[in-house]
Design a protein around this ligand. Structure first.
Ligand code: SAM
Ligand code: SF4
Length: 313
């Protein structure tokens, strides 16, 4: 990024070979992520704008934009904190994007580090909304700051797909263990401020608030109460199964431990069904040893039969 413009990279040999590999179905660099996260299926809604070719005449239609990996927290499971800080601080990058990239982008996702503690995030929002007010934004934030007029002014200019707030536990102890250095009360207050703000927006510019919950060893049994919390707040729960680093992942547990969690979540799903609980149960099930799966299939079959019967009546 500091040696070439984004346009040069987009049309360069590395990108062409990357596209060629995908078009041939040889996505070796991505196959693990595609299996674990289905990331290749996340953006189907943009397919109408896309052409599938090795070289493309038009600029990118979607950007995942990490302004900087700098963060005000040091969550134990986050690998972003290992990256160099610094980000895009050279004016050529911004001038180039303002002229050639931002006017054409359909969707922009801000990732991090923590985006909302960076002046350059507000610079990005100003630039993109000025050149391209219809761009759809997705933002993920740790909400470890006080919501104020600056956020409101920036958000007022944006059309959102969603804003995700990361809350990995609602228990003070577990929260401060996972989100090291963070205060749960501040995060919950800022979440409430974002929710209040979302309700004040005009109907043609809705803001869907999502709450992320990265499932790991320390909080896995908290998932049902987290979903309950989200339903009460009318926000969308978004559980994410942590796989890397291994030490924090539930898939590092022996199979009897994993089975215990599976049974626990399934019991909750039976009592109060929720699609994200079903999805997590399904993903955990796929990781159980085959012999255990066979026994549990009977249990699942009974549950499914009961649910489909309930739906048809
Ligand atoms: C890297 S953070 C960046 C945005 C912001 N700092 C935050 O925490 O929301 C984006 C999301 O990734 C999650 N995350 C962190 N470490 C992860 C890991 N090892 N695996 C999966 N998700 C992770 C965070 O909890 C957060 O929901
Ligand atoms: S707040 Fe986000 S970026 Fe910062 S350490 Fe935690 S997960 Fe990583």
């Amino acid at each position: 990024m500091k040696e070439k413009s984004l346009t040069e990279i987009w049309h360069g040999p590395e990108m062409e070979s990357f596209r060629r590999e995908h078009l041939a179905g040889l996505q070796s660099q991505c196959s693990r992520s595609q299996k674990d996260h289905a990331c290749h299926l996340h953006h189907g809604h943009l397919e109408q704008y896309a052409k599938f070719d090795t070289s493309l005449q038009y600029p990118p239609i979607r950007l995942d934009f990490m302004v900087d990996s700098f963060c005000n927290l040091k969550c134990v499971m986050c690998t972003n904190v290992l990256e160099d800080n610094g980000g895009y601080d050279h004016d050529e990058f911004w001038d180039h994007c303002a002229q050639h990239i931002f006017p054409h982008v359909k969707e922009l996702e801000i990732i991090g580090g923590e985006p909302f503690i960076l002046d350059n995030t507000f610079r990005l929002i100003d630039l993109v909304t000025k050149h391209n007010p219809d761009c759809l934004w997705r933002v993920t934030t740790n909400a470890h700051y006080q919501f104020n007029e600056r956020f409101k002014k920036a958000a007022d200019k944006m059309k959102f797909e969603s804003l995700a707030v990361s809350v990995d536990s609602l228990k003070q102890d577990t929260f401060s263990q996972i989100r090291a250095g963070a205060r749960l009360d501040l995060v919950l207050k800022t979440l409430d401020d974002w929710v209040d703000y979302s309700q004040s927006r005009p109907a043609d510019k809705p803001l869907k608030i999502v709450v992320n919950f990265v499932i790991q060893k320390d909080n896995a049994y908290e998932l049902p109460s987290f979903i309950d919390f989200c339903l009460k707040k009318s926000v969308v729960p978004y559980p994410i199964l942590l796989r890397d680093p291994d030490d924090y992942s539930i898939f590092d547990w022996p199979s009897d431990r994993l089975l215990d969690l599976f049974d626990y979540l399934l019991e909750h799903h039976k009592a109060e069904p929720h699609p994200s609980l079903a999805l997590i149960c399904h993903k955990i099930f796929k990781e159980l040893p085959k012999a255990t799966q066979v026994i549990r299939v009977e249990k699942l079959t009974r549950l499914l039969a009961k649910e489909s019967q309930a739906q048809s009546t």
